[in-house]
Design a protein around this ligand. Structure first.
Ligand code: OOG
Ligand code: MG
Length: 255
């Protein structure tokens, strides 16, 4: 790994650890997409050195609503770790985040280590469950502003996630109403087909990307398919709820 990438990953890691925003990396270095993914990998290595364990991957910008909100128009992916998971109905410690935003998501659970190409034909061998989820994104960049390379280097703003009750993967998630509430007020709604036409397409893209970037997907890992709606800022004392038809409700309290 190039020394520069390690240094840049440390800047991002410190920003996350100290909840202190930084200027965009693209202001100080010209980065290719490949460089950005290398910086992301290096920043995850730092977390692993502190004992965190890879718990899955997330996709981003899989809906038009998200692409338009952030002005970035390519699919991106980032890594999840066990420390990012908050239990359903649990708490988000606001002090540890810079400017957290919530997104309504659909999550999938792997039941087997991935040992071959996973496609629509064999996906049932590898995936057991689907659930409603909340992702908390917290860009390490000032004002939540970034280029495509910046956001990839910053692990696609990943910071926390909450999983609802797992339901059987045989549930067709291609056409489900999704609602996000903050303090019982509806703040966003969409249909699951807003996620690449069907969140299943996101799941299949995650398998392809993991293979392309040599990420080992293992039993019990989670895949987040990407938000169906724009993300919403959350604040101290907020209660966030995401409801996906047939999948149920997942909640989080900010304190
Ligand atoms: C990047 C992360 C996007 C999604 O679900 O589309 C994402 C960001 O908007 O900060 O997680
Ligand atoms: Mg997301």
């Amino acid at each position: 790994m190039k020394q520069d990438f390690i240094e840049l990953s440390m800047i991002l890691d410190d920003a996350a650890k100290n909840a202190a925003p930084i200027p965009q990396l693209s202001e100080r270095a010209e980065l290719s997409l490949g460089d950005a993914y290398k910086i992301q990998e290096a920043s995850i290595c730092l977390r692993m050195q502190r004992g965190e364990v890879l718990s899955g991957i997330k996709l981003g910008f899989t809906s038009k609503a998200k692409m338009e909100q952030m002005g970035v128009h390519d699919l991106i992916w980032g890594r999840l770790t066990d420390k990012m998971e908050i239990e359903n109905h649990g708490y988000l410690d606001n002090k540890k985040f810079i400017h957290p935003r919530a997104e309504p998501e659909v999550a999938y659970l792997l039941k087997k280590d991935v040992d071959q190409n996973v496609t629509i034909d064999n996906v049932f061998e590898y995936v057991s469950n689907v659930a409603a989820a909340i992702e908390i994104i917290d860009s390490r960049y000032k004002n939540f502003k970034f280029s495509l390379e910046d956001v990839i280097a910053d692990n696609c703003s990943s910071s926390a996630y909450v999983l609802g009750e797992w339901k059987d993967f045989s549930i067709d998630a291609s056409n489900l109403e999704i609602k996000m509430m903050v303090n019982n007020q509806l703040v966003q709604s969409a249909n699951s087909k807003a996620i690449l036409g069907n969140p299943l397409n996101s799941l299949l893209a995650a398998f392809r990307l993991a293979k392309q970037y040599n990420v080992d997907l293992k039993k019990n890992m989670v895949i987040l398919a990407g938000a169906a709606t724009p993300a919403v800022y959350v604040h101290k004392n907020d209660v966030v709820a995401v409801e996906v038809a047939q999948l149920g409700t997942v909640t989080l309290k900010v304190n």
